[in-house]
Design a protein around this ligand. Sequence first.
Ligand SMILES: C[S@@+](CC[C@H](N)C(=O)[O-])C[C@H]1O[C@@H](n2cnc3c(N)ncnc32)[C@H](O)[C@@H]1O
Length: 386
Amino acid sequence: MEVYDELLRWAQDRGVELHGVAPRTIPGRGVGLIATKPLKANELVMHIPNSALRSIATVRPRIKKTLPEGTKVHALLAAELALDKPTSKHAPWNAVIPSRSDMTSSLPLAWPDPRLHAYLPPKARALLKQQAAKFERDWAVVAGSSSPALGHLTRDEYLYFWLLVNTRTFYHETPRTKQRLPHDDRMALQPVADLFNHADEPGCDVAFGAPGGGFEVTVGEGRAFQPGDELCICYGRHSNDFLLVEYGFVLQKNRWDEASLDDALLPELGPEQREALDARGFLGGYVLDAETACYRTQVALRLLCARSVEEWGALVDEGEDGGDEMQRKTDRLLLKILKKHRKTVQRTIEELGALDMGEQCQRDVLVTRWKQIQVLIDRAIQRLGS
Ligand SMILES: C[S@@+](CC[C@H](N)C(=O)[O-])C[C@H]1O[C@@H](n2cnc3c(N)ncnc32)[C@H](O)[C@@H]1O
């Protein structure tokens, strides 16, 4: 961990304060931050001054000048990282960031064999499509730049830095960024604080607006840590489909997890039913979580159970659920649909087992993800069948 000692010295020279936390290798998660002393609720574990952030304000003017007005902060930060020299003032951070092969192994957008994308669950595929569109937008700007240095970058090189920014930035919420930037582009990198791994229940809270600027990380309300415990923050209330696409991992236990039911439900609908759902804004977006199928799913199921589109329309307009008899009918139908869907999921898992494209770790994460979806389906089948 010598490179991390060097990183901490470098960060401390820039005013970063660490209180009772230190980096350690955490199996299956790269490096994370662990407690080095007992820590109690609300205790300050990290203070980061503004001067230790890499944000739009620290991107070299030369880079900003060569890229058009309105270029996303994400694109600018990625260009800045790509042009960092080995002797740069950020060398201690460059020495610890994940390698290109770490990124291409874990992040679907960088998987060398894109045929594997077809095996992502539908929600993850949709998220990947949106992410790819954002990347292509930024790459088009950088590739079209008149700067010879940026002109030499290949798409794959730029993709690596773009994904580094994507997986390691904080939402940089200040009065200035709130006024000037859209929410998803208020990005800032912070070497050291970017070592916090994610948990669905935050162990620590991150707050911008600390005295003197910058941000602070404190132990969460009601939480406490013993030496050796890992401290995590929550990147957001994300499902495992989202975590896989945006960060390249899935949690074993994730209270925010959910599975899309679009592939199961949409094929059950006829053209008139699709049109009726679309007209009222209820076509697609059906999800199942650990407790229940969502309200949109219930609305679509009621259409499939109603005697006519008109009967269903009256229910929706009145905000009614149709009573106990309707609930029994929709539960029976959902049970049937889920049993059928379970078989499709099982076939996908078996197909993945027989596949030899991509890397083993990529096929493994896909199998893990589909099995998690199967567990959500099984729980719902059990609830509905009892
Ligand atoms: C902000 S970095 C956290 C530090 C990182 N572990 C490292 O070694 O530099 C985010 C990346 O850490 C990994 N990560 C974060 N939380 C994780 C978790 N709960 N399980 C597995 N990997 C995780 C993922 O690779 C993610 O893209």
